[in-house]
Write a protein that binds this ligand. Structure first.
Ligand code: G16
Length: 545
């Protein structure tokens, strides 16, 4: 095996965001760009020689090219074996499952998640540790530092591996095993849920579900698990073939980008009673009932409240965790169960320590991610099976389950407003002003109520004591309502401002007030405090979810 050392110079801006490095394909395909980043990851590993690396992605444009390069670089850095998904496919949760089950040293996942794919769209890469979870900030900071001083990368000669065929081959001394991307993951899910009962539900004449894979990675997983293992009628999974450009769609399971599914569930003629969707890399989920969309924060709270129905969790939850902007509905469930509820910054990587230390069993985020200690990634199909297991046991429609949850715990009315692709300089001005105002806000009166406190969220990890600052500006009102401002860490164009709005409504008589009406005073407060329209020129958000 001939290892070639190629001289290179740093590319600016290779700083991993909320979940790895995400850039346009055009940026990633510059000669040396991917190589520099991968070498910077490898330069920060210690002891990988002879060990196993897991490699795969969501099948988006450039996935195939990147995998061949990474295989050759993995051989040059001394990995003993790479487990790569057939056709380069591994959903993010499946990659986490394979890393954990096979005791791999780590993994590289190629995805830009819910962002669109294609020659003009997005690509991404991240490194996961041996626990199956995304590397922490200390590691990603070190990778970034390395990208700024890199002068050479190491690669072996071209050796295009046929990823279409399952089986073993070699690059020099390194074994390359092309594996079934679904098997390990499906086996894990089967060990958590009551498959027999779910299969019974799917066979009931009055029950019909649709899973929209959005032409993204979960197609093969959903076909195998829902229609294969669980016997759902064929046709249950739609848009089930992964395409490099997701069929031109935006693989983000929210009411805007998965509108077709929402419309179908609102049409009685469709006969559908349950709908679900997942994103580009299969870790996000959306749950839809008849004319009823379950907000991700509510979904998380319902999942936690119904843990007794699920075989894997029935014995009890050690604790639960949510990202800071996620609604406090989960906290109310935790309080009733008498278990801790941890509040972390946005980013699944922050749950890793809590899960590893056995402090949390379930966790989730407003950004449509839910998961548990079975993996160290959020898991789209896991959430769908969890809901199916609940439905199979309770024999009630989705909307009734959520409404009963509200009646019992009160409703945390919630919405997220996204202003996409605003000029980065304008976003900076907005946050600089906002941060400057923070000390003056407490005690101020707005139509929405009086401000109790205002701060910039900072987190100290209860396991290793590491600290993360500036994780979102919070304006907290005396009645428990909140407005949170954050910049997305996953966008690739300009800046995306996220404004999270939440109001707690205890009185069941008020639970059906339209969300936007209930939150209008908070929207006004957000505008007054942050001057969004004035600074960015945007009068309305691009996406409300
Ligand atoms: C990633 C992280 C999530 C996080 C989300 C936030 O999701 O894995 O834990 O909640 O980003 O995105 P943003 O910074 O844009 O608000 P994904 O699904 O893109 O990997």
């Amino acid at each position: 095996m001939n290892i070639i050392t190629v001289a290179t110079t740093p590319f600016p801006g290779q700083k991993p965001g909320t979940s790895g490095l995400r850039k346009k394909v055009k940026v990633f395909s510059q000669p040396g760009y991917l190589e520099n980043f991968v070498q910077s990851i490898f330069d920060n590993l210690n002891g990988q020689q002879g060990k196993t690396l897991v490699l795969g992605g969501d099948g988006r444009y450039f996935n195939d090219v990147a995998i061949q390069i990474i295989l050759r670089m993995a051989a040059a850095t001394g990995f003993g074996r790479v487990l790569v998904g057939q056709n380069g496919i591994l959903s993010t949760p499946a990659a986490s499952a394979v890393i954990r089950k096979r005791g791999a040293f780590g993994g590289i996942i190629l995805s830009a998640s819910h962002n669109p794919g294609g020659p003009d769209d997005d690509f991404g890469i991240k490194y996961n540790l041996g626990n199956g979870g995304p590397a922490n900030e200390t590691f990603t900071d070190a990778v970034y530092a390395r990208t700024r001083e890199i002068s050479a990368y190491r690669i072996v000669e071209p050796a295009d591996i046929d990823l279409a065929c399952l089986g073993e081959t070699h690059i020099g001394a390194m074994r390359v095993s092309v594996i079934d991307p679904v098997a390990d993951y499906a086996e894990l899910l089967e060990s958590l849920f009551d498959f027999e009962r779910i299969a019974g539900l799917l066979a009931r004449p009055g029950f019909r579900m649709r899973f929209d894979a959005m032409h993204a990675v979960n197609g093969p997983y959903a076909h195998a698990i829902l229609e294969g293992c669980l016997g759902a009628p064929s046709g249950t999974v739609v848009n089930g073939t992964p395409l490099p450009d997701f069929g031109g769609g935006h693989p983000d399971p929210n009411p805007v980008y998965a509108a077709e599914l929402v419309t179908a569930l609102a049409d009685p003629a469709s006969g559908l009673s349950f709908g679900a969707a997942s994103d580009g890399d299969g870790d996000r989920n959306m749950i839809v009932g008849r004319s009823f969309i379950v907000s991700p924060s509510d979904s998380l709270a319902v999942i936690a409240a119904n843990y007794k129905l699920i075989p894997a969790y029935a014995e009890g939850l050690a604790g639960v965790a949510r990202s800071m902007p996620t609604s406090c509905a989960l906290d109310r469930v935790a309080a009733e169960l008498g278990i801790p509820c941890y509040e972390t910054p946005t980013g699944w990587k922050y749950f890793g320590n809590l899960l590893d230390a056995g402090k949390a069993t379930l966790c989730g985020e407003e950004s449509a991610g839910t998961g548990s200690n079975h993996l160290r990634e959020k898991d789209g199909l896991w959430a769908v099976l969890y809901w199916l297991n609940i439905l199979a046991c309770r024999d009630e429609p989705v909307d009734r389950i959520v409404r009963e949850h509200w009646r019992h715990f009160g409703r945390n009315v919630y919405a997220r407003h996204d202003y996409e692709g605003i000029e980065a300089a304008k976003a900076e001005i907005l946050f600089a002003e906002l941060r400057q105002k923070l000390p003056t806000l407490a005690g101020m009166e707005f139509v929405a109520g009086r401000v109790k406190a205002a701060d910039d969220f900072c987190y100290t990890d209860p396991v290793d004591g590491s600290r993360s600052d500036k994780q979102g500006v919070r304006v907290l009102l005396e009645d428990g309502s909140r407005v949170v401002f954050r910049l997305s860490g996953t966008g690739t164009e300009g800046a995306t401002l996220r404004v999270y709005l939440e109001r707690y409504v205890a009185d069941p008589a008020l639970h059906e007030i339209p969300v936007q009406e209930a939150l209008a005073p908070l929207v006004a407060l957000a505008e007054k405090v942050a001057r969004i329209a004035e600074i960015t020129g945007r009068k309305v958000p691009d996406v409300i979810s």
